[in-house]
Design a binder for this molecule. Structure first.
Ligand code: ZN
Length: 593
């Protein structure tokens, strides 16, 4: 659950992990992924693959194609995987020091290669790389994997990833819930549904808000490309595109978290984290948890419900007008509640230690709600609120926040500009556009100057840094919607390349994607001992220089920020999965299809 652990719960989280750690970790140490895949090869083969960093998924046929080499060498070849034929050869760039990793990096630019197929790099004196593809629609399968991973996170139902991933299934889970005393109510409240948030089984409105909103935006912007991609989920073929079918699973749960007065409870989770058990084996009571005092619901959760409900009203209208109307009604009632209760923040009540998703200010969430409601309805009340409050959030457009779930100013400003509503304030639109485009141009320059060709700065290696990389990409893609510019799309894709293997670890940070993906997510269904490996399609949190778990804390003091990562189940601060990072990855992939 991202930063919620780091700020308030490090001991609780690590304790729950350690209960069943020994056997899992021993297995992880003895059977590293490379040993499983290439057990018959020499250590030199392995070190070459780690030194030659490629996007293990691939490169679009007509775009830039760059690999990076961190061992001394001068030339490289691109060879066809099927018969080792050389299809391209070139000189490596000069070595450049990268302070974020401590690596000396040389670029292997094979952009001029215009052949489709499966290839690898051969670097004389170093060895060969992992395989990758050059072609059209090269990221479509990765989009499928990343979006389908949300199905794997479904709560309140049995899940089976099917014959493609045999053994990845769980029985129906969390079928009963109840009001916690902090909610101001009592008795049963099942609220079945939603997505398990992260490595744990909690469901949290605030993180659901940004995650679901991001997926619905992906549909609004890239729906033409996504419309016909089946996710092989139970609803497939029902006439609604699958990305919307999957998002609705979580939306339905969010709607159930709204009280009769319009406010939304903050979260539904057990009081403390379960052990590393399968979802159906988590028998801790699932509690609807509130603020502990009137009005019991929180403003951030309620405003996020208003925002997402407003988007849903636009998006689902062609497919299910009744559901769209229900979502809009919920959004309006949620907004009205926040007008009466503009600043009810949330902290975990006494005795509750699951993810907090606390936030000192809900003003940005309200701005997002107003902007989405304006975009959907065109009603002046929402526009007026937006125009009174937007200016203070303009600086938020310059860079992704470290915790994107608590900083909704960017989405508020972006949706105002993406809207085509008449009556929008021209000065506000111009100011936001200018700021978005200036930020994008600066990020492109920085990305080109970075030895690893990422937009990441030293300060970005925080809890969930891979989500920050994905958010840089998403921001560049939105800039490209506002003013098309191929350099924005290329720089966005550079961040995708980073996540898919062109990084210091030569590691794909998406499970079961690429030849060398990470293996040990902090994710209870992957760590319960019942599956052959990690559940597919999940994005790791990534390097975290704040070292908020024992494994990171024990690493050498002088290790550069981008190196502070452990592919181990116990490293919840660098290797957990989370739906908000996952949604950012899906958006980035959708934009690069
Ligand atoms: Zn569940």
């Amino acid at each position: 659950m991202s930063m919620a652990y780091s700020l308030f719960l490090p001991l609780m989280s690590s304790r729950s992990v350690h209960e069943l750690l020994p056997s899992v970790l021993v297995a992880g140490l003895l059977l590293c992924p490379a040993a499983l895949v290439h057990g018959s090869e020499s250590p030199g083969d392995e070190s070459a693959r780690l030194a030659i960093k490629v996007d293990q998924v691939g490169y679009p046929l007509n775009g830039p194609k760059v690999a990076l080499v961190s061992s001394p060498a001068t030339t490289f070849e691109v060879r066809r995987s099927s018969d080792n034929q050389v299809v391209f050869h070139g000189k490596l760039g000069t070595a450049v020091f990268d302070p974020n990793t401590g690596d000396q990096v040389r670029a292997a630019d094979f952009s001029a290669l215009r052949r489709t197929g499966s290839f690898y790099l051969e670097v004389p004196g170093v060895g060969r790389s992992w395989n990758f593809t050059v072609g059209k629609n090269v990221f479509q399968h990765t989009y499928y994997m990343a979006m389908r991973a949300f199905y794997g996170q479904r709560c309140g139902t049995a899940v089976d990833m099917g014959p493609e991933f045999p053994g990845y299934s769980h029985a129906i889970c969390h079928q009963h819930g109840e009001f916690h005393p902090s909610s101001g109510a009592s008795g049963p409240r099942d609220n079945i549904g939603g997505w398990h948030d992260a490595g744990d089984y909690g469901r949290y409105m605030v993180n659901s808000g940004i995650s679901t909103g991001t997926l619905l935006w992906a549909w609004e912007i890239y729906g033409r490309k996504l419309r016909n991609i089946s996710l092989r989920i139970p609803e497939s073929g029902n006439g609604t595109p699958d990305i919307l079918n999957e998002a609705r699973w979580n939306l339905e749960w969010m709607l159930k978290m709204q009280d009769d007065d319009g406010g939304a409870w903050h979260k539904q989770a057990s009081e403390h984290f379960s052990g590393f058990v399968a979802p159906e084996d988590d028998k801790l009571p699932s509690e609807v948890i509130g603020t502990g005092a009137a009005p019991y619901k929180s403003t951030c959760a309620t405003a996020d419900l208003a925002a997402v409900g407003a988007i849903a009203a636009r998006v689902y209208k062609p497919y299910d007008a009744k559901f769209a109307a229900q979502a809009l009604d919920a959004a309006r009632r949620a907004w009205a509640w926040t007008e009466k209760n503009p600043d009810v923040t949330f902290r975990n009540p006494a005795g509750v230690s699951t993810g907090e998703y606390g936030d000192a200010s809900c003003k940005d969430e309200r701005l997002w709600a107003a902007a989405e409601l304006w975009r959907t309805t065109g009603e002046a009340v929402y526009n007026d609120f937006f125009l009174k409050n937007y200016a203070e959030f303009l600086p938020s457009l310059d860079s992704p926040p470290a915790e994107n779930w608590n900083a909704m100013g960017q989405m508020a400003l972006r949706t105002y500009v993406l809207s085509t509503r008449k009556g929008a304030d021209a000065n506000a639109v111009a100011a936001i556009r200018e700021r978005i485009l200036a930020a994008a141009r600066a990020i492109v320059e920085r990305t080109r100057a970075n030895s690893y060709l990422t937009s990441m700065q030293a300060k970005d290696y925080v809890w969930g840094s891979n989500g920050v990389a994905a958010d840089y990409g998403a921001g560049l893609l939105i800039a490209n919607v506002i003013q098309p510019d191929p350099s924005f799309v290329d720089a966005a894709r550079d961040n995708l390349h980073y996540l898919l293997g062109r990084n210091t670890f030569s590691l794909s940070w998406v499970t079961q994607v690429g030849e060398h993906p990470f293996q040990h997510p902090h994710h209870r269904p992957s760590g319960d001992g019942k599956q052959p490996g990690p559940w597919p399609g999940l994005l790791s949190g990534g390097p975290n220089a704040a070292r908020q778990d024992a494994l990171l804390a024990a690493m050498p003091r002088d290790l550069p920020p981008a190196k502070l990562y452990a592919d181990q189940l116990a490293s919840y601060a660098s290797n957990e999965i989370c739906i908000n990072w996952q949604a950012s990855l899906v958006f980035l992939l959708a934009g690069e299809l």
